[in-house]
Design a protein around this ligand. Structure first.
Ligand SMILES: Cc1cc2nc3c(=O)[nH]c(=O)nc-3n(C[C@H](O)[C@H](O)[C@H](O)COP(=O)(O)OP(=O)(O)OC[C@H]3O[C@@H](n4cnc5c(N)ncnc54)[C@H](O)[C@@H]3O)c2cc1C
Length: 410
């Protein structure tokens, strides 16, 4: 079917109208890729948790990986307003494909933001084309949600650093050429340092891949550093920048998680509503029962509201707004919790078929969970958002309905 005659989508293209013509063409390119290749292959990709090289190379060849990188190093410097649309398209059919884009942000951002010009020139062009890969190593056995528990130490020793410690759950560990590793200065634990370590560094051990529930195609492993030597020129940013470089990478990845979750939620509603249209129960199409319509109505309404929040967040990112981080927390919290609920309800609406391995919702269901955990669990984002409210509330403009004085005087 050609573009001109293609049926309208269940979820409208209203957000596309906000993009420039060149950006719209990129979205169309990714849609075609999803329709012709990534969608039909998604089930096969999700059967084994081996790095999905075909998917990665396809996205690299099509220039989608390069959207994460600045132009001067071979990237396309795409706005977040565009990237959320691309990730949503990919998430609608294949979480593995979407995670190739969010994972590129997570693993490469600290290099783009913190590496010396010489290192950037050496590495980033290869990251754009997919000839090279990076991994981002922050999480440790004793430090996940709470990075204050980091115990990897980085000791300055003349013109080099010595890195000692362990990392856990590191995506792309089995395929990355370079590892952005965050630790603490050995002589001052309040100082976070990030360094870039090559895969073949002496004393660096990459553990076996670890089995997981979903997100197949992007395996994870543990890392061990035994006084691994890294030249001082491989430090990312200044000493003390490790934490902010990590936050910067996580910010982009959070926006990506939200987009991926929304894409998956959209896909789930498309599938469930089509089923409700095809299936007859108790003498009527399943979707003619009011209870089913109300479920679909909740799903669609909340998805559109979440898309609007995410679009606003992307705009704030592109504009460099100071509150983008809180908006990213809200968008991720909202979209990923919603996705889990939508996928669960969509599976319910498709009955026993939804539970079958060859029906896509089984995969969507397994993949949805990680979005609520990775890049900050939902509870952590709630804590961050709630704290921000309490910080601003006493300083905010007083509601005009109130009398003067403390509210406890009422
Ligand atoms: C598939 C996968 C890929 C990953 N890839 C990477 C990677 O590439 N690089 C990397 O560095 N890390 C990676 N991670 C790690 C990921 O970011 C962490 O799993 C995540 O940050 C949560 O940390 P944790 O697993 O240690 O959970 P914990 O810190 O043990 O938290 C467990 C749970 O406690 C609750 N909780 C935590 N804090 C609070 C709070 N303040 N209030 C209320 N409840 C709370 C939440 O429900 C949370 O889920 C990956 C993880 C997975 C599973």
């Amino acid at each position: 079917m050609t573009t001109g005659t293609r049926a309208a989508r269940l979820f409208g293209d209203h957000f596309l109208e906000r993009l420039q013509p060149g950006e719209q063409a990129t979205v169309q390119q990714v849609r075609d890729l999803c329709r012709d290749t990534l969608g039909p292959q998604a089930d096969a990709v999700s059967r084994e948790d081996l790095f999905a090289w075909d998917t990665f190379r396809t996205l690299a060849r099509e220039g989608v990986i390069a959207t994460a990188f600045p132009r001067e190093y071979g990237g396309t410097d795409a706005r977040q307003a565009l990237r959320i649309r691309l990730i949503e398209e990919l998430g609608r059919v294949c979480s593995t494909s979407a995670s190739m884009i969010t994972g590129t942000d997570l693993s490469s951002r600290a290099i783009v933001a913190g590496a010396s010009e010489a290192l950037r020139r050496e590495i980033v062009p290869g990251l754009c084309t997919g000839e090279l890969q990076a991994a981002f190593a922050l999480t440790e056995p004793g430090a996940g949600s709470d990075v204050r528990g980091l115990s990897t130490t980085i000791r300055r020793d003349g013109g080099r650093y010595l890195v000692t410690g362990r990392k856990k759950f590191i995506t792309r560990a089995s395929t990355a050429d370079w590892f952005a590793v965050v630790g603490r200065a050995e002589d001052d634990p309040s100082v976070f340092i990030a360094v870039l370590m090559p895969r073949d560094a002496r004393g660096f051990r990459i553990g076996a891949e670890v089995g997981k529930l979903g997100w197949f195609g992007v395996p994870i492993s543990s890392l061990e550093f035994d006084a691994v030597e890294v030249p001082a020129s491989h430090r990312l940013g200044a000493e003390g920048d490790g934490f902010s470089l990590a936050q910067d990478a996580l910010l982009r990845a959070r926006i990506g998680h939200a987009a991926m979750a929304l894409g998956r939620a959209i896909g789930a509603v498309e599938i469930a509503s089509r089923y409700a249209s095809d299936r007859t129960v108790f003498g009527r199409r399943e979707g003619e029962h009011q209870g089913v319509q109300w479920m679909l109505a909740d799903m669609v309404t909340q998805i559109e509201a979440s898309r609007a929040l995410l679009a606003l967040t992307a705009d704030k990112y592109d504009a460099g707004a100071s509150d983008v981080s809180i908006f990213a927390s809200m968008a991720k919290l909202q979209a990923t919790d919603l996705c889990m609920k939508v996928v669960t309800d969509a599976l319910q609406l498709t009955g026993g078929r939804g539970y079958l391995r060859d029906f896509p919702l089984e995969r969507f269901f397994r993949d949805a969970k990680l979005n609520q955990i990775g890049e900050g669990a939902s509870e952590v984002h709630k804590t961050v958002i709630g704290r921000d409210v309490m910080r601003r509330a006493p300083l905010a403009e007083r509601n005009p309905c109130l009398r003067d004085g403390p509210l406890t005087d009422y």
